[in-house]
Design a binder for this molecule. Structure first.
Ligand SMILES: O=P(O)(O)OC[C@H]1O[C@](O)(COP(=O)(O)O)[C@@H](O)[C@@H]1O
Ligand SMILES: [Mg+2]
Ligand SMILES: [Mg+2]
Length: 330
């Protein structure tokens, strides 16, 4: 990973201070977006604590209900969802939320707020109970409806290039928050003993070339012929196959080391599995800011016209040369 930055703030600066120092990056900078990012970090700290103690407190296993995707919800999916909604409500800077775990728009009651949030409160649900890295993914938009009014679908249907900030929290061997406001990508590592996120990765740039490919090869036979051909090429080149099964964790590793993650369409999931508004768009914004590429196979993810809150999209994301080659084979 390369680092170069005219705004070089020393590694070790706290997230709060970093956000304040970089506030001038934000259009309309008046502190609300800074506060919203801090509210998201706070919810992340709370969830991190619950994840670390998951086996000791009764938060593992099924919650006994399904979400709008028809997936069974894990207890931590629901708990993470509640924690984020509460932090965004109490923070006062977010007027509405869409979440993987809720079918409809969630209104926070903060109609005076200028921002809306799209989120995947807990990504990698199949890994929750087996102590494998999981994450949270978020995207922030400045509302298009008048301040003071109730947010509407329009506020969420603005398109990927209208995200004013996007990021993820990775609950792994260390806990990290990585985000962008369109001015480069920064990573912060959580120090449990101090309860603070500290700048650890400045101006993250990803290698253009990579040698890691990440996909669920169990679906190989269902993949389009071009994808199968690309996987065969990776094997011929002795690239490493790495698949954690948590999008955030696979994306993060490939961002640092150089690699490609893909979840193509299959007969079972003709639109792919991952959700455009709170998985694909936010990671695509980070990817492009770090010099990577994100595509659905035919257009850049950030150029896809949104049509529904929980719409899915195929995704090929990672090192630019690898994604280019994959797409040329489709
Ligand atoms: O089990 P599969 O089909 O390989 O899918 C794994 C993918 O699904 C996801 O778990 C979907 O996200 P959620 O866990 O938030 O539903 C991704 O994190 C992961 O990359
Ligand atoms: Mg997810
Ligand atoms: Mg999820």
């Amino acid at each position: 990973m390369e680092t170069s930055n005219t705004y070089a703030l020393p590694v070790g600066v706290t997230l709060d201070r970093y956000i304040m120092r970089r506030q001038s990056d934000f259009p309309f900078a008046s502190g609300e977006l800074s506060q919203l990012l801090r509210d998201i970090a706070l919810a992340g700290k709370i969830i991190n604590k619950e994840i670390n103690r998951a086996g000791l407190i009764d938060v593992t296993g099924d919650y006994g209900s399904s979400n709008v995707q028809g997936e069974s919800q894990q207890k931590l999916d629901v708990i993470a969802n509640i924690r984020f909604i509460r932090a965004l409500k109490n923070g006062g800077e977010c007027c509405a939320i869409i979440s993987e775990e809720d079918e409809e728009i969630i209104y926070t009651g903060n109609d005076q707020a200028k921002y809306v949030v799209a989120m995947d409160p807990l990504d990698g649900s199949s890994n929750i109970d087996v102590n494998v890295s999981i994450g949270t993914i978020f995207a922030i938009y400045r509302r298009v409806t008048p301040v003071g009014s109730r947010a509407t679908l329009d506020d969420f249907m603005q398109g990927g290039r209208k995200q004013v900030a996007a990021g993820y929290i990775l609950y792994g061997s260390s806990t990290m928050l990585v985000y962008t406001t369109g001015h480069g990508v920064s990573g912060f590592t959580y120090d449990h003993s101090l309860g603070e996120f500290f700048l650890s990765h400045t101006d993250m740039r990803s290698p253009v070339k990579g040698s890691i490919y990440s996909c669920n090869e169990g679906n190989y036979t269902d993949y389009p012929a071009g994808v199968q051909a690309y996987i065969e090429r990776c094997k011929e080149r002795r690239y490493s196959a790495r698949y954690i099964g948590s999008l955030v964790a696979d994306f993060h590793r490939n961002l640092l080391k150089g690699g490609i993650y893909f979840y193509p369409p299959t007969p079972k999931a003709p639109k792919g599995k991952l959700r455009l508004l709170y998985e694909c768009y936010p990671l695509a914004m980070i990817a492009e800011q770090a010099g990577c590429r994100a595509s659905d196979g035919y257009q850049d993810i950030l150029d896809i016209e949104p049509a529904g809150l929980h719409q899915r999209s195929p995704i090929y994301i990672g090192a630019k040369d690898m994604v280019d080659e994959m797409i040329n084979r489709l």
